[in-house]
Design a binder for this molecule. Structure first.
Ligand SMILES: [Zn+2]
Length: 168
């Protein structure tokens, strides 16, 4: 009796509605650099490392692409939007901006794709857009920890987006 060989199946693509469409699939191999922010993709992750960038950019066949964070910024496709309002904010705006920038630096230390895309002034205060929802949440939490006030989070799934609002 002949034993049937198992059929070769194509790799089943994971369908995950919460997946970030800007991230690369697992099968993206090799090394690439983003010339805009000088982050380097290798070992299946992005990192920001000046020396690594300088050495990789000299390689002959290095792929130059836009990293997911720069692509999101270009397309204006935020993962999080944080609004800050109130008179306390107006009085402490430079301190609060420092705190926001510190949170961004910290987040980029873990994951260079977590960044602030834009900070703009609105009628009532500030609006900060970030590349991913975690950074919006982190900034909201740390502002509340430092300055109290009220913070509210609203999630939507399609596309994955966190809207947060802080007021004091
Ligand atoms: Zn980039």
């Amino acid at each position: 009796m002949k034993v049937r060989k198992p059929q070769m199946t194509n790799k089943i693509k994971r369908i995950d509605s919460s997946a970030d469409p800007y991230l690369f699939s697992d099968d993206m191999n090799g090394v690439a650099v983003c010339k805009k922010c000088q982050s380097v993709y290798h070992n299946k992750r992005w990192s920001i490392d000046e020396d690594l960038y300088k050495s990789k950019i000299k390689e002959m066949n290095i792929k130059s692409i836009q990293c997911p964070a720069c692509k999101k910024a270009k397309d204006n496709f935020p993962g999080g939007i944080l609004k800050l309002n109130g008179s306390f904010l107006q009085e402490h705006i430079s301190e609060i901006m420092n705190l926001i920038r510190n949170e961004e630096q910290r987040a980029m230390g873990f994951n260079p794709l977590e960044r602030i895309m834009d900070i703009s002034t609105t009628k009532k205060g500030l609006e900060i857009t970030t590349t991913n929802e975690k950074l919006t949440q982190r900034i909201g939490k740390s502002i509340q920890r430092a300055y109290q006030g009220k913070v509210a989070y609203k999630w939507s799934n399609d596309p994955k987006l966190l809207r947060a609002e802080w007021e004091r």
